[in-house]
Ligand binder design. Structure first.
Ligand SMILES: [Zn+2]
Length: 119
């Protein structure tokens, strides 16, 4: 059978600087605090993380304009590092399909730090 071989990178294309030194879940489980080696720190709310989920289901729902409303008091129910490049997050609304690469979380952290520029 004729086929095109798809090159697969030997290692994930990740900026090692994007991996935080520490990820801490707030006691009320409504935010995640990330600290990077360069001293940058960001607190991302569970609501923000849920709203910005990039999984296939959420992407589809956004395209179809039926992404569910997210309660401000939504909580994180599970945080599971995945292969060093990402973290799997589960939420109290039952959504647990989101894989968040550290690179993406750093982007969200930068956005949170510069709200004026995101507008
Ligand atoms: Zn999702």
């Amino acid at each position: 059978m004729d086929s095109d071989v798809i090159p697969i990178p030997a290692s994930p294309p990740i900026d090692p600087e994007a991996i935080p030194e520490e990820a801490a879940l707030a006691r009320d489980k409504r935010s995640l605090r990330l600290t990077w080696h360069d001293g940058t720190q960001a607190v991302l709310s569970a609501a923000t993380l849920r709203l910005r989920c990039r999984c296939g289901w959420c992407t589809r729902d956004r395209l179809q304009d039926r992404f569910p409303a997210v309660e401000q008091d939504i909580a994180l129910t599970r945080i599971e590092p995945m292969g060093g490049f990402a973290v799997h997050l589960a939420f109290s609304d039952g959504h647990a399909r989101g894989i968040y690469p550290w690179v993406y979380l750093r982007e969200l952290a930068r956005e949170a730090a510069e709200p004026a520029r995101a507008a």
